[in-house]
Write a protein that binds this ligand. Structure first.
Ligand SMILES: O=C(O)CCC(=O)C(=O)O
Ligand SMILES: [Mn+2]
Length: 244
C-alpha cells in the first residue's frame, strides 16, 4: 500500500457556476419530483485515474460472493469489496453482508474520498462499495440503493475507472392507489406507462463522477447492463453515508 497520490487540483463544482472550465465541467439533470443527477465527466485527470485503476485492480481484496436474487442463489456477476468507517451498522444486500474493511488499509481510497468531499461540500461519506466488471458479461441489474441505513434521500457519489460502460436510470412505475377506483381497469394495467423522460443513460467515462441525490433511490432504479463486445475491465466506487 505504498502508492502516494499527488494532490490533485479537482475544481469544486459550484452550483452557481456550473461550466467554468473543462476540468470542472458538470451537468445537472433534474429528474423531477426532487430527484437529481449530477455528471462530472473529467472529475479526475486521465493519467491519475489510470494510476488509481492499477492500484485498485491489484490491491483491493476483490471477492465474487453468492447472493440471493428473487429467492435464488447466484454468483454476483461482478467482483466487489466494501470499505466503511469503524462502528457503523452492517450493510446487507441480496442476503449478503460484506466484510467491512477500514479506510486506513487503503490510503489512496482516503485520498479519493477527500477529493469527492471537496467537490461535494456538505457530504460526509463514511462507506464505499467497490465493483469490478471484468468484461462485458459482468453487470449490475436494475436496483435502487434504498436500504434503510442510507436514510430516505441519500446522496451517492459514483466514480468510474477504466473501460467506459453505460449506466441507465429508469423511473419506478408509480402505481395508482388501490383505494382509488378509476375506470375499472384491472390493477395490473393501472401502472403508469414509461415515457422517454422516465429513462436516462450516461456513458460513464474513465475518471468521471456521477452523483445521484434527492429522491433518486426512492423513485428511480439504475443498472449497468451486459455488453457483448466489451472486453476491458471497469472499476466503480460508490461513496455513501451510512446513518449511525
Ligand atoms: O457500477 C456502477 O456504475 C453502479 C454500481 C451500483 O449501482 C452499485 O454498486 O450499487
Ligand atoms: Mn447502485
Amino acid at each position: 500500500m505504498s502508492l502516494r497520490l499527488r494532490t490533485l487540483s479537482v475544481n469544486p463544482t459550484s452550483p452557481a457556476n456550473p461550466e467554468n472550465d473543462t476540468a470542472g465541467k458538470q451537468t445537472r439533470f433534474d429528474l423531477g419530483n426532487g430527484s437529481e443527477v449530477l455528471y462530472v465527466p473529467r472529475f479526475l485527470p486521465s493519467d491519475k485515474s489510470w494510476e488509481l485503476f492499477d492500484y485498485l485492480d491489484s490491491h483491493i481484496p476483490w471477492t465474487r460472493p453468492t447472493i440471493r436474487v428473487f429467492g435464488r442463489s447466484c454468483v454476483q456477476p461482478r467482483d466487489t469489496c466494501y470499505v466503511a468507517s469503524a462502528g457503523l451498522p452492517d450493510l446487507v444486500y441480496s442476503g449478503y453482508s460484506p466484510r467491512a474493511y477500514l479506510w486506513d488499509e487503503f490510503p489512496p481510497l482516503k485520498e479519493i474520498l477527500e477529493m469527492v468531499h471537496k467537490a461535494l461540500p456538505g457530504n460526509r461519506f463514511n462507506s464505499l462499495l467497490l465493483n469490478r466488471y471484468k468484461g462485458g458479461n459482468d453487470y449490475v441489474g436494475w436496483h435502487s440503493d434504498d436500504e434503510k441505513l442510507y436514510g430516505s434521500a441519500p446522496e451517492i457519489a459514483s466514480v468510474s475507472f477504466g473501460c467506459e460502460r453505460e449506466f441507465f436510470l429508469k423511473k419506478k412505475p408509480s402505481k395508482i392507489s388501490h383505494a382509488v377506483r378509476t375506470d375499472g381497469e384491472p390493477a395490473s394495467k393501472r401502472a403508469r406507462k414509461n415515457t422517454d423522460s422516465d429513462q436516462r443513460s450516461f456513458m460513464l467515462k474513465h475518471g468521471s463522477m456521477l452523483v445521484m441525490r434527492g429522491y433518486t433511490q426512492r423513485d428511480w432504479i439504475h443498472s449497468v447492463p451486459k455488453r457483448a463486445k466489451v472486453e476491458a475491465v471497469r472499476i466503480n466506487l460508490t461513496f455513501r453515508h451510512v446513518l449511525s
